[in-house]
Design a binder for this molecule. Sequence first.
Ligand SMILES: Nc1ncnc2c1ncn2[C@@H]1O[C@H](COP(=O)(O)OP(=O)(O)OP(=O)(O)O)[C@@H](O)[C@H]1O
Ligand SMILES: Cc1ncc(COP(=O)(O)O)c(N)n1
Length: 264
Amino acid sequence: MTTPLVALSIAGTDSGGAAGLAADLATFAALGAHGACAVTAVTAQDTTGVGRIVPLAAADVQAQVDAVLGDLPVGVVKTGMLGSDEVAAVVAGISGIPVVVDPVLTATSGAQLGSDEVVAAYREVVLPGATVITPNRDEAVRLTGLDPRTPALELAAALHELGPAVVLTGGDPRAATCGDTVMEGSGAVTVLEHDTIRTCNDHGTGCTFSAALAVHLGNGTDLLTAVHRAQAFVSAALTTSSTWELGRGRGPVAHIFVPTTQEN
Ligand SMILES: Nc1ncnc2c1ncn2[C@@H]1O[C@H](COP(=O)(O)OP(=O)(O)OP(=O)(O)O)[C@@H](O)[C@H]1O
Ligand SMILES: Cc1ncc(COP(=O)(O)O)c(N)n1
């Protein structure tokens, strides 16, 4: 008998199946982990935008988290869209398990997915207990309140001061390379650069990256190696989706047909 890694995603749904819970659960499965989930919000969303957002009450999210933690040996928690400061407090109440926080505040399409109250809750209650946070530049600027032109290293340092290790992601479809700035718990900094995959089917890259990172960390992999493997997974997924024609907007990252080797 074996027990697989159990990864719990606390996130919103994306009806288009690209981002949020769909991305997390597909990534967990592709990397050999069992995915459990607690839904925070339901979104009516497609490749072109977000139409409607229905947040769940914190008590409903708490009940899902309690059900999962009360029964399954969860090895890692990954959070996405939280929807409210009350739900952020539910995440803050989890202890003794590594928590990977993807501070979802804005969708690829530009839709706002996090209020100022949620931003404050990240700073005050979520980040002090988090293992690692994986913001993109816009999210890091919003969370720190720093000038949008602030260098990546300073943004990462400001978040690191709040508690967690930081992976400031730098996905840019127009650049030749993408660079992710990693600040470990010790404060050591490494910039991991890799080739940009040319595609407009990149909806869900942030969720996919954080979910892959969570699986590797849950398996006991060190942060730098875990980031490297999560990048490789996203690149493999984007290589597949670059051949797709799906939807009228920014199409979904491919979570299927991704080779699952030791390297990703
Ligand atoms: N076109 C690309 N080619 C290769 N890697 C990419 C590309 N776009 C993003 N990545 C990688 O994907 C990971 C997620 O980064 P990104 O900065 O895109 O997150 P994000 O902005 O939160 O994503 P999204 O909001 O689109 O879900 C990072 O490791 C980044 O380097
Ligand atoms: C429910 C939900 N969670 C997260 C995202 C962010 O993903 P992206 O930045 O790729 O739009 C999203 N659009 N929807």
